[in-house]
Design a protein around this ligand. Structure first.
Ligand code: AMP
Length: 398
């Protein structure tokens, strides 16, 4: 992909005060960080700027506080971050005003400082110009390393990019490079696998994908809506029958765009929404009226397998069945493992994202074998919907 945004390669950070927007939303229990994955993700950018002699001033939100709230303080997170980057992380009790200004003034080249939760000020989410101006006083440049917050035009995720020279951090850069390879300039043919519970949450995403990919596999609960729209009896399955017209419209759009829609041809049906409840695979003409489709069937799994073989690029969001419960995880697990194998064999570029998808790939033990797995929920989905992300747009070269 042509690099359309500036990165840390385009700036000499030595001696500069670098306002670095990061995602520090780690899970916490009793004031302790229980999973440091996100801290590990932002560590390379922090370390690089610090090693080059920049002053790293971290900006981040935490949770959804309504005003100042001690339970959403970033202080314990800053301590945990220090352990990850193996360097002291100083802390200031406010992200603007005297506490912030004093802490920044005390920094030496290479120091790392974390400012308190930006959402303690309601002006953050309003992208308030006066608040942006206060923040901008603290830095010489702004580096955005929080792709997961890039779908929001907030003061620290977007506003600062209009006030200060703006650059992508290494995590942001890796994410944008990976996503670019998947949809913007992919090696064709491109296949998308979209699953999950409902069509209603993914209409924009499906409409965007049919105009971009060569084949679209639809699975999960949302496939039931498409099957119903085509006159298939889906029994008591989860299906949004009022969205039948939407499903047909998406199929028409796909046909016009030469995108093959791959729907299930058989289904695993159970009578209770519970792990290990007795189940059986049925063809589409024989779904029992009192049964529930909880996974794609074996023939569908084989079709998805060969569709993955035909593709050079894969984008995936959403499980193909109720993967949290055995044996209804099977379709998702088989597809995930196969995509991982093809990726390892260098036959496929595979990009996946979304909360349930990450959980499913972890369950299959293949997250590390995909080309890229995005942990950014909302931002990843908006990217799949083809929407411009404000926090990325502002990084583009002007
Ligand atoms: P989403 O958040 O839209 O990606 O949906 C993920 C959820 O869809 C997971 O909790 C799955 O258990 C659920 N799901 C997938 N397939 C089915 C199905 N056939 N019936 C009911 N729920 C499903």
């Amino acid at each position: 992909m042509t690099k359309s945004f500036r990165t840390l390669d385009d700036v000499d950070v030595k001696g500069k005060r670098v306002l670095l927007r990061v995602d520090l939303n780690v899970p916490m229990e009793n004031g302790r960080v229980t999973d440091a994955t996100r801290l590990e993700r932002v560590a390379p950018t922090i370390t690089e700027i610090s090693d080059k002699g920049g002053k790293v001033i971290l900006l981040a939100h935490f949770g959804r506080p309504k005003g100042r709230d001690a339970k959403d303080s970033l202080k314990p997170v800053a301590v945990a971050l220090g352990q990850v980057i193996k360097k002291p992380v100083a802390f200031a009790d406010d992200c603007i005003g005297e506490p912030a200004a004093k802490a920044v003034a005390a920094m030496k080249d290479g120091d790392v400082l974390c400012l308190e939760n930006t959402r303690f000020h309601k002006e953050e989410e309003k992208n308030d110009p006066a608040f942006v101006a206060e923040l901008a006083k603290l830095g010489d440049i702004w580096v955005n390393d929080a792709f997961s917050a890039a779908h929001r035009a907030h003061a620290t995720t977007e506003g600062l990019g209009h006030k200060l020279p703006a650059y992508a951090g290494r995590t942001m850069q890796a994410e944008l490079d990976a996503l670019g390879k998947a949809l913007e300039a992919p090696t064709k043919p491109v296949i998308a696998i979209i699953g999950g519970a409902k069509v209603s949450t993914k209409i924009d995403l499906l409409e965007n994908l049919v105009s971009k990919v060569d084949a679209l596999v639809i699975g999960g609960g949302m496939a039931n809506t498409f099957l119903h729209a085509q006159g298939v009896g889906v029994g008591k399955s989860l299906a949004e029958k009022d969205l039948a017209a939407t499903a047909l419209r998406i199929m028409e759009k796909a046909e016009a765009a030469n995108c093959a829609i791959i729907l299930p041809v058989d289904a695993v049906v159970a009578y209770h929404f519970a792990a290990n409840s007795p189940s059986h695979a049925y063809g589409l003409d024989a779904i029992p009226a009192d049964g529930m489709i909880l996974d794609v069937g074996p023939q569908s799994t084989a079709r998805i397998h060969s569709a993955i073989d035909d593709a050079k690029t894969l984008v995936w969001n959403g499980p193909l069945g109720a993967f949290e419960m055995t044996p209804f995880d099977r379709g998702t697990m088989v597809a995930a493992k196969h995509a991982a194998e093809r990726t390892k064999a260098k036959k496929l570029v595979s990009v996946a994202g979304g909360g349930d998808t990450v959980a499913a790939l972890n369950q299959a033990g293949v997250s590390g074998d995909f080309s890229y797995v995005s942990t950014a929920g909302g931002a990843f989905l908006e990217w799949m919907e083809g929407k411009p992300l404000p926090g990325v747009e502002v990084l583009k070269q002007r």
